[in-house]
Design a protein around this ligand. Structure first.
Ligand SMILES: Nc1ncnc2c1ncn2[C@@H]1O[C@H](COP(=O)(O)OP(=O)(O)OP(=O)(O)O)[C@@H](O)[C@H]1O
Ligand SMILES: [Mg+2]
Length: 222
């Protein structure tokens, strides 16, 4: 489902170019889950952004859910993300003016979805129940705790039943029991059909995934 081949990412900076990823290879099959670990600044979010077609590599190729990401223009990349990707961002990027339920439904606003509104809404409510927010549907993000905002972001990432789930620290601000529930949910959504890539400093979560890769000097080891 995900094939990254010799991916290099170099950022321009005032102090000169910074190469964060260097000839990185990664292969993740459907139904497979991978934890990415590594110190702060090692390039974990950079890697998720490339797999998620939010940024382009300096060199190398990415095949995700059957698409060659290098061949997509901006509009095609946006459509690809909406159809196939669920992204839980390190900063959650909830829409402040929308309620919890509306935030989860935002990915359905893109054109082309044919499911009727009641079915979609029922799935959104079921996801919010699974993340423990059934009593917060009408809250705005500013009326939520940090961990609650994160859980809205997780429900939003899953609403379109993505084939590729990318999650940047999805248990970062959660207590162990809530973190376990989130891990259960992500793994259930992945089982047999989707690829899951999780950046995490939580060893308990990493252990539950099929394998763990460490980012070291721009490459994945392990
Ligand atoms: N847009 C950018 N321009 C220049 N440098 C950048 C840019 N984005 C990230 N970097 C640099 O690339 C490196 C990797 O950043 P990245 O966000 O991928 O790290 P990370 O492994 O996710 O870290 P953390 O665990 O702190 O979230 C950092 O040193 C950062 O300063
Ligand atoms: Mg990061």
């Amino acid at each position: 489902m995900i094939t990254a081949t010799r991916v290099t990412k170099t950022y321009a900076s005032p102090a000169g170019p910074v190469t964060v990823l260097q000839d990185l290879d990664l292969e993740v099959a459907a139904g497979e889950s991978v934890a990415i670990v590594g110190p702060s600044g090692s390039g974990k979010t950079t890697l998720l952004n490339l797999i998620g077609a939010l940024d382009r590599p300096t060199s190398g190729t990415l095949q995700v859910a059957g698409e060659d990401l290098g061949a997509l223009d901006a509009a095609a990349a946006a459509r690809f993300r909406n159809r196939h990707l669920g992204f839980v961002f390190q900063l959650h990027h909830l829409l402040p003016q929308c309620t919890v339920l509306e935030n989860v439904l935002v990915p359905r606003l893109a054109g082309g979805w044919t499911e009727d509104a009641a079915t979609t809404r029922a799935r959104a409510e079921a996801l919010l129940r699974e993340v423990g927010l059934q009593d917060r549907l009408d809250h705005r993000p500013y009326q939520l705790s940090g961990g609650e905002q994160l859980r809205v972001a997780i429900a939003r990432a899953l609403i379109n039943q993505p084939r590729v789930i990318l999650a940047d620290e999805p248990t970062g601000s959660l207590d162990p029991a809530t973190g376990e529930r989130i891990a259960d949910l992500l793994l259930r959504q992945t089982a047999g059909k989707a690829a899951l890539v999780v950046v995490t400093h939580n060893p308990g979560l990493a252990r539950r995934l099929h394998r763990t890769c460490r980012l070291e000097q721009g490459r994945l080891v392990g």
